[in-house]
Design a protein around this ligand. Structure first.
Ligand SMILES: *Cc1c(COP(=O)(O)O)cnc(C)c1O
Length: 436
């Protein structure tokens, strides 16, 4: 194996990696197990510490404290973990981040209250701006809210997937692809925002191509047009630097089961800038968001601060696990995590150029690391079948139409050698399927 120059390089990179030791802190990474995990950007591996945390919670806290647990600690947990996410992951001062419902529900709540507030202040602002290639739940929510509130959808026509549509096939040839065509940049946004824009919903890292937007610049562009911005941080939280306060964010929502390893279905976080909180009233008026929860009063009066964005009983069990990965992120620091992420994705691109390009595979993610998030999409018409074959061989990427094999390289739990093994397996599977 070490006669392979790529293996020698991968081993050197692992040796020099200052974050290498974190991999051992995740379940299933023992070197005897040759499973390759390329999907930590969709469902992070569990930290080993989490098994113990969950079982202790059942016996000591739930079992031991019973309903006293709410008063003693659980009521504060959504805000404590929210502030930790704010501090270590998204650059938010305390009191602006809370863990709540699913990503979809939090996006709905924030998008709707932002739209309502904008429309109330200026009846001309009826448009919600969203990218036509945005993640489905985001697009569906925008269409639903526009329909429900008499608003309008304003689409951005970016092309995140060079080679994906016949008309753009030429732009896909490797080496010359236009990185900026893979996502929404400030020019594309400036072309659609104006006096009719209420809210803009944008992903910081595009789920398909991995395109990393300049969130500070896009926020300024939207603000210059008088719009509010809701940032979807699902594919950036825990992987790339986010400075919600410094970049002037209004609102943001992010997943915790991706790079934050909160476990399947763990609840999302919401960020609302302090200066916006008092102006927004979210639509799911439940008792947990009311000013005095236990007054059980006749009418809903929203709480001050982030609690007004909650609705019902917080999903405490679901927010336990993310504390272990947050502790690792706090210790390692996002700048070091980003540095490793750039090295991992850069290595994957180089290996792909050497081993997979001759088989017709194209890199459908930005080649410029400054424009690339934590995953790399490799495109080839046979990738759907390749993915199925790889899963049966314990190599686990995911597949996104059209023809995109998505390689998610979660920086704390993925090694360079693992990355190389996985790409070798892609090469073998592709040869088998195409007969090349
Ligand atoms: C993963 C993801 C979601 C998921 O939303 P859920 O409500 O957790 O299913 C939403 N938006 C983007 C951009 C995502 O990547």
């Amino acid at each position: 194996m070490t006669s392979d120059p790529w293996a020698a390089e991968a081993i050197d990179l692992d040796r020099a990696d200052p974050l290498a030791r974190y991999r051992d802190l995740f379940v299933g990474t023992d070197s005897s197990a040759w499973l390759v995990y390329f999907d930590g950007n969709s469902l992070g591996r569990p930290p080993k510490a989490t098994a113990d945390r969950l079982s202790r919670f059942v016996t000591d806290e739930w079992g031991g404290r019973l309903i006293r647990g709410w008063d003693e600690s659980w009521m504060d947990l959504p805000f404590e973990i929210g502030d930790a996410i704010g501090r270590w992951v998204i650059g938010a001062a305390p009191g602006q981040t809370v863990v709540g419902d699913s990503t979809t529900v939090l996006l709905y709540k924030l998008l709707r209250c932002a739209f309502d507030a904008q429309l109330a202040a200026d009846p001309a602002r009826v448009e919600i701006v969203v990218d036509r290639d945005e993640f489905p739940t985001d697009r569906y929510l925008v269409e639903g809210i526009a329909a429900e509130r008499g608003g309008r959808v304003r689409w951005i026509d970016s092309a995140h997937t060079p080679g994906g549509s016949a008309g753009r096939a030429g732009a896909a040839s490797s080496g010359r692809g236009d990185d900026h065509a893979m996502g929404v940049d400030a020019d594309a946004l400036a072309a659609v925002v104006g006096p009719e824009t209420a809210v803009v919903l944008l992903s910081h890292v595009a789920y398909r191509s991995g395109y990393l937007t300049d969130a500070a610049a896009l926020t300024r562009t939207a603000h210059d047009a008088g719009a509010l911005v809701l940032w979807d941080l699902c594919h950036s939280a825990g992987s790339v630097p986010v400075e919600a306060d410094a970049w002037g964010f209004d609102l943001a929502v992010g997943c915790t089961y991706k790079y934050l390893s909160g476990g399947p279905g763990s609840p999302a976080f919401a960020y609302v800038a302090a200066r916006r909180q008092a102006f927004l009233r979210q639509p799911i008026q439940g008792w947990m968001g009311a000013a005095d929860v236990f007054a059980m009063g006749p009418a809903y009066l929203p709480a001050t601060g982030m609690r007004r964005f909650l609705s019902g009983t917080p999903p405490i069990l679901g927010m336990l696990a993310m504390q272990d990965s947050l502790a690792m992120i706090a210790e390692a620091g996002v700048p070091a995590i980003r540095a490793k992420s750039i090295a991992l994705t850069g290595f994957a691109v180089r290996v792909s150029d050497a081993l997979l390009a001759p088989l017709g595979v194209e890199v459908a993610s930005p080649r410029d690391a400054a424009l690339r998030g934590g995953h790399v999409t490799l495109s080839h018409p046979a990738m759907r079948d390749v993915t199925a074959l790889l899963w049966s061989r314990d190599v686990i990427p995911d597949y996104r139409d059209p023809g995109g094999l998505r390689i998610g390289l979660s920086p704390l739990s993925t090694s360079f050698l693992e990355t190389l093994h996985g790409l070798h397996a892609v090469s073998v599977a592709l040869r088998e399927i195409t007969g090349a």
